[in-house]
Design a protein around this ligand. Structure first.
Ligand code: SAH
Length: 250
């Protein structure tokens, strides 16, 4: 036996132990119960068409919804409800959207793996994670600082290195990183912010709820055509928390 053998064996043992620990951590974060609830959510609440609702078909969106651990993005006290098809409170008077709406709006963007996406309204970071499973890069803006900080931390912990979170008023987009292949706004605006239309690439899609706060709004698909013309189409009634504005910018 070579004199290096004991050192080699010890190194192997340490690597084995570390691998086991990492494996155990992954298991601790996703349980069979959560996994079953997630798969049920996708098949039953998202992919299936129902009364007055069209099932989501895009396989890449469905796969992203199967992959992202939604229970990691909701407060611990709501984890048992993480995969139910309704919004949940995330603190500061805000909510994480219902899974069906997250999937539907993601499908509206017609994302490709090479795309760069802008999200306005980071909230918990869950929608950003879904986008990051499909697109190359996600920029997301949140107006409430503690939510922006918490989402950035959760996304980092989950290994989403292709997401950048900024604290600020998303009405103005993130011009330094634009133009974007797709834009998603997850708070209800009184009108479509012109800076966001400007930051959308020709050929790009934007999904945005537009309407009065605390009432039913219209989910609008904004398409910028290759010649720069802009088309808007209302796709369904929705209810979102309002897009608020920072002081001095209203
Ligand atoms: N997409 C989120 C849920 C969004 S809730 C998720 O997956 O969890 C809407 C979020 O929009 C809230 O966190 C709210 O603080 C934020 N918001 C409201 N107005 C905003 C603005 N002008 N700019 C950026 N974020 C805004």
């Amino acid at each position: 036996m070579s004199r290096h053998a004991p050192v080699f064996c010890l190194a192997l043992w340490v690597v084995g132990l570390l691998t086991a620990m990492v494996g155990w951590r992954a298991c601790a974060e996703d349980t069979d119960e959560f996994k079953a609830a997630r798969l049920y959510m996708v098949e039953h609440d998202i992919a299936r068409s129902g009364w007055a609702r069209e099932g989501v078909k895009d396989p890449t969106v469905l796969e992203a919804m199967r992959t992202v651990l939604r229970h990691e993005f909701v407060p611990e006290s709501s984890r048992d409800e993480a995969y139910a098809d309704h919004p949940l409170p995330i603190g500061h008077g805000q909510t994480i959207s219902q899974p069906y709406i997250v999937a539907y709006m993601t499908e509206m963007l017609k994302l490709k793996p090479e795309h760069t996406v802008l999200e306005i309204g980071t909230g918990s970071g869950y929608q950003a994670a879904v986008l990051a499973e499909i697109a190359r890069k996600v920029y997301t803006v949140e107006i409430i600082e503690p939510l922006a900080a918490r989402a950035a931390e959760t996304l980092k912990k989950r290994g989403y290195e292709n997401v950048e979170v900024k604290h600020g008023d998303g009405y103005f987009g993130w011009p330094e990183h634009g133009p974007f292949d797709a834009i998603i706004v997850t708070a209800a605006a009184s009108h479509i912010p012109p800076p966001l239309v400007e930051q959308l690439k020709p050929g790009g899609c934007m999904a945005i709820p537009v309407g009065p706060p605390l009432q039913t709004q219209n989910l609008i698909l904004v398409e910028k055509l290759e010649d720069g013309a802009v088309r808007r189409r209302s796709v369904m009634p929705v209810r979102f928390v309002p897009l608020t504005r920072s002081e001095g910018t209203k």
